[in-house]
Design a protein around this ligand. Structure first.
Ligand code: ATP
Length: 301
């Protein structure tokens, strides 16, 4: 069953259509990576799901119920951290949690549980103003977990962290998912930061979901969609050599595309071209659309 579903979610800031028909499906128990370059609309989507922005068009269903039908009941089952976590900097982690525990009226023992879970049990009298960025993020997650939610929504939780901090958050989130069975929806603009964490991915680009599925399916699609691109000094001779080798070729403006082939066959084609006196400038993998989006996500670091 899906923990979260959106159907044809559309959102506009004035004339600007930021989300243009988003169908998110976050399976129960998954760790869903919500990827997109800066400005793609990730925060807007998460805010809509949390009811922090008024829905304009489309449907949002959580735990099998439409958000507007049972807003309070649904939101009680969600923990979130959108942008930077906020808490009282002059208080300790425990004092911050105690305050919120009183407000949320959750059992007092939850404080120790979430402190231990977030690896903050030893922070003692240290005020949160003295926390590292990674510790602050982990406290933000501990706060989001205090009322024992079934779904945790985190907006760029590793943003600005050093590699060590990123690993700590990743391990924490995996533990939360594995040990508590909590579904996670985690946004990021960097694939590299979350690909080791997530089970499912949604790639948002230009207001649309360009891909959605398991991380394995994404990798497979990347591979199978890529073509091999040949750039040589003689287009006609190249096409003749390819035809003789029984390879379908597609002559394009910037080179000749052939289907993905085993490396040995590509090497054989290279040898045949050289033997035919054709100058070979480049043999490389062509980027498909998804690949380009991805490279943007990976290279945006
Ligand atoms: P980032 O990783 O940079 O936060 P994002 O994917 O979370 O990016 P959003 O913050 O949802 O993207 O923003 C999507 C688009 O909507 C951007 O072009 C942004 O400039 C625009 N936008 C966001 N908030 C507002 C607002 N209050 N008024 C007008 N435009 C906005």
């Amino acid at each position: 069953m899906d923990c979260l579903q959106t159907r044809q979610l559309v959102y506009r800031y004035g004339q600007d259509t930021v989300l243009d028909g988003i169908d998110l499906r976050v399976p129960e128990g998954s760790i869903y990576g919500f990827l997109g370059p800066n400005g793609a609309g990730k925060t807007t989507t998460l805010r809509l799901i949390l009811g922090l922005l008024a829905r304009q068009q489309g449907e949002i269903t959580l735990f099998g119920e439409r958000l507007e039908r049972n807003r309070i009941g649904i939101l009680r089952r969600i923990g979130s951290m959108i942008e930077s976590p906020s808490f009282y900097e002059h208080l300790t982690a425990r004092e911050n949690l105690r305050l919120l525990q009183t407000i949320h009226r959750c059992p007092p023992q939850r404080i120790d549980e979430v402190l231990a879970l977030a690896g903050l049990a030893d922070t003692g009298r240290k005020r949160t103003s003295q926390f590292s960025l990674g510790m602050k993020q982990r406290l933000g997650i501990a706060i989001a977990l205090l009322h024992d939610p079934a779904l945790l929504i985190l907006d760029e939780p590793t943003n600005g962290l050093d590699p060590n901090g990123i690993v700590e958050i990743r391990e924490l989130l995996k533990r939360i998912n594995r040990e508590r069975g909590i579904t996670l929806l985690v946004s990021s603009h960097l694939l590299g930061e979350i690909e080791k964490l997530v089970t499912h991915v949604g790639v948002l680009h230009r207001g649309r979901l360009q891909f959605q599925g398991t991380i394995e399916a994404l990798k497979q699609q990347q591979q199978t969609m890529r073509a091999v691109m040949l750039r040589t000094g003689d287009r006609d001779a190249t096409l003749r050599v390819l035809a003789a080798a029984g390879v379908t070729a597609d002559a394009q403006d910037d080179g000749i595309a052939i289907p993905p082939l085993p490396r040995e066959r590509v090497a054989a084609i290279n040898r045949a071209l050289v033997a035919a006196g054709v100058e070979v400038y480049e043999i490389g993998l062509e980027r498909n659309d998804l690949e380009s989006i991805f490279m943007d996500l990976v290279e945006a670091a």
